[in-house]
Design a protein around this ligand. Structure first.
Ligand code: GCU
Length: 677
């Protein structure tokens, strides 16, 4: 039975007529399989073509007539005389071409590096999975960002922080002696969508992973991932020099501390020569950091950057600085701390910025740091695991959420400077670019805890490759690869995906509300909580509801967090006449009987949004039920049951939330609820 283990790499057998159409193009392949990455590409072709066409291609030493596949890098003698436009594609780009070579017509997959060829191979397989024409191939593609990273929030005891898909994939106890074959499947899945970096451990982890025995285990994983173009990174706990180094301080300006990190970097690179670098969470949620020594984030990041620089490593320094020592609107903390440091970081430092200024809520406006630090490479950090969107049980396709952020106009330095453009445009020639996604995967047989959460891993990879890609196109590809290339099956699935995230927003945090989740686990509703020790731990801090109204005034009459955005943005969102409904209560406190531009009072609209959330889940259930019998029973039943849980819990969210708002607003339920806008 299908379990979902194969992800979007199912390579379902093609119908005989289709297989006959493709088979003549794949009679044999030519590749230098002494190179591990090309060998991996060949293995994937054998697997994919073997399953889809019924038999894998023959392995040949040279072009031998029509109907072959040739895998080659720019320096290969096979390409001499072809004059291919490879140079503009960079190190990881590729070409797929139908070409006439001496000896026969072939499909050529060419890249400037072996990794480029591997990406091209996966693309070629995708064309087949999607049953595209391949007679006159002329595909050229290259990633728009350099670092396309998965962040694992995995602890060494295999507990995954905010993980809803089982245990950590990394079986530290058996490493380095035993490398689970699943590590290879993990690498294949990532390479197929262009992910080229993995941070193995949690941003909140202790420093043990930097000790010699663990580095041997990390080395074993790096060895599995290397052929797939994936480099390994680790989190660097700022206090490691004290905890595992025996020093008295971790002050970044202390010569002994600097020497310790330099020696540690040298040690790591002696074990793992292509180690990627460090990810750091410092002075946030109680983690140690440079502020403990009255030093800046730049002092801290640069110290690590200096240790890594001789080896070509990078530092990904997180801008998620949620500090108990700062009483400003949480929304403002990161910009206050980092904007003054623009230009102060070493070239091998990237600042990793969450999509919004609070914390991965179902909807947040884009983070005001995007566009505000023109001299510093900024990475976008998104959360693939659904900490605040119903864990793995609620269906929420996040492609649309990330697209919304990526296409937001920062107006910095000018109109049209979307978040995607900010990410893609290097701040200087050869400056770093990147994106990071907090992984949603674990040991569950379906990897992600649910079938549909695989789509979020997939969409993340596709958007990190091309931040301008459209969420709907990605959904379409994913649905066809994962469920069926038959559009009668894929189309309803795409429709479900495209409406899914808005449903969650509607039943959890409509109209710009945020952070109404229960304390700690963040699963269910708890807008009523207001007695936790720190103000901003409480949902009440975010919704500010009372008898008069609801919402967080972040305009100049309130905290003026809006002032951190470009004037064009601040003007639009600061004005009740122009702020979109979806961000209304994020930036404004308004009375319950405030007249919405779209008609009706705020109160009526709020209730209607909750209703709309439930209606959409019912809609998804209806669409799914039409697929009964059309897709494999096990995966179908799992989704059906999860949707039933979601339907029930959408109502839990609505009823609990509305009951609480009523207890504050003292308003009756609107007669015959408003239809959704
Ligand atoms: C959220 C999440 C934490 C995580 C933190 C972070 O607050 O709840 O578990 O550590 O984000 O991004 O560092």
């Amino acid at each position: 039975a299908e379990t979902g283990y194969d992800l979007w790499l199912r390579y379902a057998p093609l119908a005989p007529s289709q297989a006959q159409r493709y088979a003549p193009h794949f009679r044999y392949l030519v590749a230098d399989t002494t190179r591990p990455t090309l060998a991996a590409a060949v293995q994937e072709l054998d697997r994919g073509l073997g399953r889809m066409l019924g038999s894998p291609p023959a392995h040949a030493g040279a072009v031998q007539g029509n109907g072959g596949i040739v895998l080659a890098t720019a320096d290969s003698p096979l390409l001499s005389g072809l004059d291919l436009p490879l140079a503009p594609l960079g190190r990881e780009g590729f070409l797929i071409r139908s070409v006439a070579m001496p000896g026969g017509r072939v499909i050529l997959v060419a890249g400037n590096s072996d990794a480029g060829v591997l990406y091209g191979t996966f693309r070629l397989l995708r064309l087949l999975q999607l049953q595209q024409p391949i007679d006159a191939l002329a595909v050229a593609d290259a990633p728009k960002l350099q670092l396309r990273v998965l962040d694992h929030w995995d602890n060494l005891d295999r507990y995954v922080e905010r993980g809803y898909a089982g245990q950590s994939l990394w079986d530290w106890q058996k490493l380095p002696g035993y490398t689970d074959p699943r590590y290879t499947d993990y690498a294949r899945a990532n390479a197929s969508i262009g992910i080229n970096a993995t941070v193995l451990n949690n941003v909140n982890a202790n420093a043990d992973i930097l000790t010699a025995p663990y580095l041997q285990k990390v080395k074993a994983l790096a060895g599995v991932f290397r052929p797939y173009g994936i480099r390994v990174y680790l989190t660097a706990r700022f206090s490691a020099p004290i905890e595992i180094g025996g020093l008295k301080t971790a002050d970044p300006l202390d010569p002994a501390v600097r020497a310790w990190w330099k020696a540690k970097a040298d040690e790591i690179y002696a074990v793992i020569p292509d180690f990627g670098g460090f990810l750091v969470k410092a002075n946030s949620e109680g983690q140690p950091g440079p502020s403990d020594y009255k030093r800046s984030h730049a002092d801290g990041a640069n110290m690590l950057a200096d240790a890594l620089a001789p080896h070509g490593g990078v530092v990904m320094w997180r801008a998620f600085v949620y500090s108990e020592h700062n009483d400003a609107d949480r929304h403002k903390q990161a910009s206050e701390e980092f904007v003054p440091l623009d230009g102060k970081f070493r070239d091998n430092v990237l600042l990793q910025v969450k999509n919004g200024a609070i914390d991965f809520q179902p909807r947040e406006p884009f983070h005001p740091l995007f566009g505000a630090m023109p001299k510093t490479p900024l990475m976008l950090e998104v959360q693939i695991t659904k900490e605040y969107l119903g864990f793995a049980t609620h269906l929420a396709y996040l492609g649309t959420m990330w697209e919304e952020v990526l296409e937001s106009d920062t107006f910095r330095p000018r109109a049209g400077s979307t978040v995607a453009k900010v990410l893609e445009t290097p701040v200087a020639p050869r400056a770093l670019t990147g994106m990071a996604g907090v992984a949603n995967i674990g040991t569950d047989i379906n990897w992600s805890g649910s079938q549909f959460d695989q789509a979020n891993w997939y969409a993340y990879g596709r958007l990190a490759w091309d931040p301008d890609a459209r969420a709907v196109d990605i959904a379409r590809d994913w649905a066809r690869l994962t469920w069926s290339a038959d559009s009668a099956i894929a189309d309803p699935i795409v429709a479900m995906m495209m409406e899914s995230r808005e449903a969650v927003v509607n039943y959890m945090t409509p109209l710009g509300l945020g952070h109404l989740m229960a304390t700690g686990h963040h699963y269910g509703p708890a807008p009523w909580v207001s007695d936790l020790a720190r103000p901003e731990w409480n949902p009440a801090y975010y919704h500010r509801a009372d008898a008069n109204g609801i919402g967080f005034d972040r305009t100049p009459t309130g905290t003026n967090a809006l002032g951190q955005y470009a004037p064009e943005v601040a003007k639009r969102w600061g004005d009740l006449k122009t702020v979109p409904d979806r961000l209304l209560l994020w930036f404004h406190h308004v009375p319950w009987d405030y007249r919405m531009r779209s008609g009706g009072t705020l109160w009526d609209r709020l209730v209607a949004q909750y209703d709309a959330g439930i209606t959409t889940v019912e809609d998804m259930q209806r669409r799914w039920s039409t697929l009964d019998g059309k897709i494999d029973a096990r995966r179908w039943a799992e989704v059906r049951d999860f949707l039933a849980i979601q339907r029930q819990e959408a109502q839990w969210w609505r009823d609990a939330s509305i009951a609480y708002w009523q207890s504050v607003s003292h308003r009756p339920l609107p007669a015959g609820h408003l239809p959704p806008p």
